[in-house]
Design a protein around this ligand. Structure first.
Ligand code: SP5
Ligand code: ZN
Length: 371
């Protein structure tokens, strides 16, 4: 399988984030992608390619141009406004109750993006745990290029391709970033596939978190089916979307399937959910599936609460590939660094119908090279 990767991701150099206002070492760090890249290199069965450049048109096909413009200038605005922090995060968000009693027309006319960088981050952002740094915009553009290059390998005839996207994408909505995500790599690819082929597309999201951004973008779309297995939002981020009764509206009625799972979900429970998800995809026509692949479902993940083991990733990859559709597989989350490489190898080998044999553990230098 081809692996699309660029070292340019290192420029999104995030070191700290906040949880409930308290600073902690960042979860979504550059080392994640380096570990996966090194493990796939060590496997020997994967071939690596660099992304091509696609520009902004595929991005604005699913995102508000205002979001793109904000992300493009956010860091220079931070410095121009004399803010000295290591990252930009909002402190105030336009909570819907702030406008209670105002008409939709009045809200649209009166509520607008302010000048202060923190206010702008609140206007465009979902949460305070998605640090934006100097390199973020360029690197987020690069992750979109990685995803679209993987898509083109598949549209060009490959059975499957893997885009080692960083930053991830599935929390980013049409007009919103958040959850370590800036542009929705999977949604951009799904939209580009429908435009290029005229076919229906399915998105299978197996990150631990609900892909609220992907759901939002395709909520009313009849040509893109979104199927997600994730932690119940009653107890986990993104809290306000991801419930089982969210099924889509308009042309999209019945096209959104959420499968929320309990804390402590086991391999067996996960495979049952996988079968339900795969069935929902098999039920509609189409030849390509976009996979939002996360490993924060792993038992030792620092922000997840499922109990999955490496073997189950091989089996999930195998069952998804058994759909007999071509796969554009895009990396989302996964934060337990010691297991990331093996989990990615297991999933991707499963998707290729190859057996999984664990590799001896490898160490990494600060620059990400194998020692
Ligand atoms: C792509 C992706 O996986 N984004 C996840 C964003 C999660 N952001 C909120 C993190 C909340 C962490 N809660 C910490 C609990 C530690 N026990
Ligand atoms: Zn996640």
């Amino acid at each position: 399988m081809q692996v699309v990767y660029t070292p340019a991701h290192l420029g999104h150099d995030v070191t700290v984030e906040t949880v409930m206002g308290v600073e902690i070492p960042a979860n979504e760090v550059a080392e994640r992608a380096e570990i996966i890249r090194a493990a796939l290199d060590a496997d020997g069965g994967f071939e690596r390619s660099e992304p091509a450049e696609y520009g902004t048109a595929p991005i604005t096909a699913v995102h508000d141009p205002g979001l793109l413009s904000f992300l493009e200038v956010a860091w220079s605005e931070v410095r121009r406004q004399g803010l000295n922090g290591a990252f930009l995060s909002a402190d105030t968000y336009p909570n819907r109750s702030m406008f209670e009693g105002m008409s939709d027309e009045a809200i649209a006319r009166l509520v607008r993006e302010p000048e202060h960088a923190a206010g702008r981050a609140g206007f465009w952002g979902l949460d305070s745990a998605a640090p934006l740094v100097a390199g973020t915009y360029v690197v987020a553009r690069g992750a979109v290029d990685v995803a679209l290059t993987a898509m083109d390998l598949v549209l060009g005839g490959a059975t499957a391709a893997y885009g080692l996207c960083r930053p991830p994408g599935h929390h980013a909505a049409r007009s919103m970033y958040g959850g370590y995500c800036f542009f929705n790599n999977a949604a951009i690819v799904a939209e580009a596939i429908t435009a290029a082929t005229g076919e229906r597309v399915a998105i299978l999201d197996v990150d631990f978190h609900h892909g609220n951004g992907t759901q939002q973008i395709f909520w009313r779309r009849g040509d893109v089916r979104y199927v997600s297995i994730h932690a119940d939002p009653q107890r986990q981020y993104p809290y306000f979307l991801g419930r089982a009764d969210e099924t889509g509206e308009g042309d999209g009625a019945g096209e959104n399937l959420n499968i929320p799972l309990r804390a402590g979900a086991t391999n067996e429970e996960y495979l049952e959910a996988t079968d339900r998800a795969v069935e929902a995809i098999a039920a509609v026509p189409g030849s390509v599936v976009v996979v939002s692949l996360g490993f924060d479902t792993y038992g030792l993940d620092p922000i997840g609460d499922f109990a999955l083991t490496t073997d189950v990733y091989h089996e999930v990859g195998r069952r998804v590939a058994a759909l007999g559709r071509r796969l554009v597989i895009l990396q989302e989350g996964g934060y337990h660094r010691p297991s990331l490489g093996e989990n990615a190898r297991a999933w991707l080998r499963g998707a290729e119908g190859r057996p999984f044999e664990p590799l001896p553990a490898v160490g990494f230098t600060a620059s990400g090279s194998v020692v």
